[in-house]
Ligand binder design. Structure first.
Ligand code: NAD
Length: 342
């Protein structure tokens, strides 16, 4: 019998790629997503890739009774991957209550159901933003967490705390928390990808939207940092590699291979790439010249951050398959597909 996994935020960017990876690895999947930040068309994309029609419950996880009904209807769920959350840093600064309400209430409601329906295997989407303004590179999982830089990061730190306290009290439950660095790119088929609402906040969607003419000019915020070309350094990782780490994490706890009942892993390429290197790579692999301009530094940006990913590689058996070139190529194919559909 196939194991049944509940993916929350399943029609979102990382959720949809993870559903594909789970299906390709023999899982049955159901999803909860209220389309707050995504569209039902992701489900068609998943079907076009896998041939499987995934059931999505259009439920706001902040509404406890509606959420509980999903568990009542599904009866047996073997594991949960919890992606559903709001994730945009500037928006979280602008609307802190919206962020705390959505990200925390949904999580608490989920954990009440986890307890009531005794679902013992959970993977949680965390973020490198929990590290705050890091003082040591590369970033290892055991670095003490600094002050969160925004309400979004704060919801991820608090989310982690909820899980830590939960498994302390209920040690039969197993949790893996995955701290992503910068997920980018799209499925190579261009059936699913990142579809940010409004002005993109992340570099790669900003690059592709500039290339297609939705944004007039791309701004590079600062070229006087203490980095190899003066622009900021980040750790970009293909969303397909991120997705596969979830399948591996889930298998680890489902098969009781975990060493602790709560484990944390960084998901990054382990390599720092500068903003200018990312732009040049995009231009080269897609044969497109980008209209970009160097501006002065932007408040809140750290010069460089990249992961130490050895733990994920050794304990989860995670292997990175996609290169920076793959990330830029697939992101562009996805942007072209979005344009065709608009
Ligand atoms: N993409 C990144 O750069 C990144 C980096 C680090 C961590 N993360 C985390 O990964 C997770 C997934 O991110 P993503 O990039 O796929 O974002 P996304 O916005 O594409 O997906 C999140 C999904 O959750 C859904 N959702 C939000 N609140 C909900 C609610 N109350 N009830 C039901 N559904 C709800 C949204 O509609 C959306 O489809 C998030 O928790 C995010 O914080 C993302």
């Amino acid at each position: 019998m196939k194991k049944k996994i509940l993916v929350t935020g399943g029609t979102g960017y990382i959720g949809s790629h993870t559903i594909v990876d789970l299906i390709e690895n023999g899982f049955e999947v159901i999803s909860i997503d209220n389309y707050l930040r995504s569209m039902p068309s992701s489900l068609q994309g998943i079907k076009n890739i896998t041939g499987v029609e995934v059931k999505n419950y259009d439920v706001d996880m902040c509404k406890f009774d509606d959420l509980r009904n999903v568990f009542l209807q599904e009866k047996i769920i073997d594991g949960i991957i919890h992606f559903a959350a709001l994730k945009t840093v500037p928006e979280s600064i602008d609307q802190p209550l919206f962020y705390y309400e959505n990200n925390m209430f949904s999580l608490i409601n989920l954990m009440k159901c986890v307890l009531e329906f005794n679902i013992q295997n959970i993977v949680f989407s965390s973020s490198c933003s929990v590290y705050g303004n890091v003082k040591q590179l590369p970033v290892t999982e055991n670095l003490p967490l600094e002050k969160p830089e925004c309400p979004y990061a704060s919801t991820k730190q608090m989310g982690e705390r909820v899980f830590i306290d939960f498994v302390k009290r209920y040690p039969d439950f197993k949790v893996i928390m995955l701290r992503y660095f910068n997920p980018v790119g799209a499925h190579p088929s261009a059936e699913i990808g990142d579809n940010p609402i409004g002005k993109p906040n992340n570099l790669v969607p900003a690059i592709t939207q500039t290339a297609i003419g939705l944004i007039e000019k791309l701004y590079v915020w600062g070229d006087d940092y203490d980095t190899r070309d003066g622009s900021c350094i980040r750790d970009y990782i293909h969303v397909g590699d991120i997705a596969n780490a979830h399948t591996k994490a889930l298998n680890r706890i489902l098969e009781n291979n975990n060493e602790e009942n709560i484990e944390i892993y960084n998901l990054g390429s382990g390599e720092g790439i500068s903003v200018i290197e990312a732009i040049k790579t995009f231009e080269k692999v897609n044969q497109i010249s980008l209209n970009y301009e160097i501006k002065s530094r932007r408040a809140g940006d750290v010069a460089a951050i990249y992961a130490d990913n050895e733990k994920a590689k050794s304990k989860l058996g995670w292997e990175i398959k996609y290169t920076l070139e793959d990330m830029m190529k697939s992101a562009w194919l996805w942007q072209l597909k979005l344009q065709d559909n608009s």
